[in-house]
Ligand binder design. Structure first.
Ligand SMILES: [Fe+2]
Length: 382
């Protein structure tokens, strides 16, 4: 067995009504919190008011920064960091964008540095305490050290993660996910599924991360369609919430791979949902990657309940594609890149950007620029 390293210090608070605990938890970290959230939905759903209420009850003041856009940009982080300088902690509340922005805002503010310098390759020495409140079941940001930022000039999307960028505590309250519309449920749920799949096949996978990844995939295969069809199905919502957090723990251990590397340019340039980009690229990604670790993809096929008895491991591995195709079709995500607005002339830029991604290195099969181009072209139509 290969040597491995495992560390994840995030305190997870899972369960319906766990939002109520936020005040008592936040009290540990000081008297004033910067709440980082998106522009509308947390206000509309009433979650923001409830959160501020729980904080105030516990004697914690709340400043609100509700300027986070989908795919948060450097200037958003800088704006938030100025407000965070007057606070003791940062609380991200929302989907991946809000939670990722909270992590970045806390580091930039604590170290009084520019966003660009986060990419210098040096570990920042520390950060402010960050709490995360997940309101979608997808990103897993509540359970890992990673965050993704978009350069507003070049539209390049890059993931970062440091030893210090873990949240200190996270709330996963499935009740907050009930208001997600079906399309968001599908896109975020698929993001979590591919976190499971990619971290499982990753060159950096670990035996502990693989356990999380397998259970995350199993839960999503069995519950995504239910949550998609009936948002009030709390059993399905709970299982999806757990799956997303487990998948977050899985990528914290094993990272994502080539699928995320090829997707980031798509959602960076076109502002499409990350999960939709992953769905469109997933089948060509799997066709390319399967030959390098057929036994792992054969396991994925078995999770889907595909008939693999008597097949060679290569044949069984290919059945995982059938499973993914069926899952995508069930939640209306059997879409190609063309439907998401990608034009062939954009592919050169996408190839260039994807080939610079660190996530190329974790893929079990090396992809040349020609391979990348081929994946994009095949993904144009589902
Ligand atoms: Fe993702």
């Amino acid at each position: 067995m290969k040597a491995f390293f495992h560390r994840n210090p995030v305190e997870l608070h899972f369960g319906t009504k766990s939002l109520e605990k936020t005040g008592e938890l936040a009290k540990r970290y000081g008297k004033k919190a910067l709440v980082v959230t998106g522009r509308e939905s947390m206000r509309k759903s009433g979650v923001l008011d409830k959160l501020v209420g729980y904080l105030n009850e516990a004697g914690v003041d709340a400043e609100i920064f509700d300027g986070v856009e989908p795919n948060p940009s450097y200037s958003t982080v800088e704006e938030g960091a100025v407000m965070a300088a007057k606070c003791d902690m940062v609380i991200g509340c929302g989907g991946g964008s809000a939670m990722d922005a909270a992590k970045a805002i806390a580091i930039v503010s604590f170290n009084d540095i520019s966003v660009e310098s986060l990419f210098s390759g040096k570990e920042p020495p520390g950060t402010m305490p960050v709490m995360e409140i997940a309101t979608t079941a997808g990103t897993g940001s509540e359970a890992d050290r990673y965050f993704v930022l978009t350069n507003p000039e070049t539209k390049e999307k890059n993931g970062l993660g440091f030893r210090c960028s873990y949240p200190v505590a996270s709330i996963i309250d499935p009740e907050l996910m009930k208001t997600m519309p079906p399309r968001v449920t599908a896109a975020t749920g698929l993001d979590a599924f591919f976190h499971g799949l990619e971290s499982f096949v990753s060159k950096s996978s670990t035996p502990i991360g693989e356990l999380y990844a397998k259970e995350a995939m199993r839960l999503i295969i069995n519950n995504l369609e239910r949550a998609f069809r009936n948002g009030d199905d709390m059993e399905a919502r709970e299982k999806m919430a757990l799956a997303s957090t487990l998948a977050g723990l899985a990528i914290d251990a094993g990272r994502t791979t080539l699928l995320h590397a090829v997707e980031h340019p798509v959602s960076g340039h076109l502002n499409v949902a990350h999960g939709e980009g992953l769905a469109a690229l997933s089948v060509p990604y799997m066709q390319f990657t399967i030959p390098s670790c057929p036994e792992k993809f054969a396991y994925v096929a078995s999770l889907f309940g595909e008939e693999i008895e008597g097949l060679t491991k290569e044949e069984a591995a290919m059945k995982s594609i059938d499973g993914v195709k069926k899952l995508l079709a069930k939640v209306g995500m059997d879409i190609g890149l063309k439907k998401l607005g990608v034009e062939e002339r954009m592919i050169d830029t996408f190839v260039k950007e994807a080939s610079k991604s660190v996530l190329m290195k974790t893929n079990p099969r090396f992809a040349s620029s020609e391979d990348l181009r081929d994946i994009y072209l095949k993904a144009m139509e589902f």
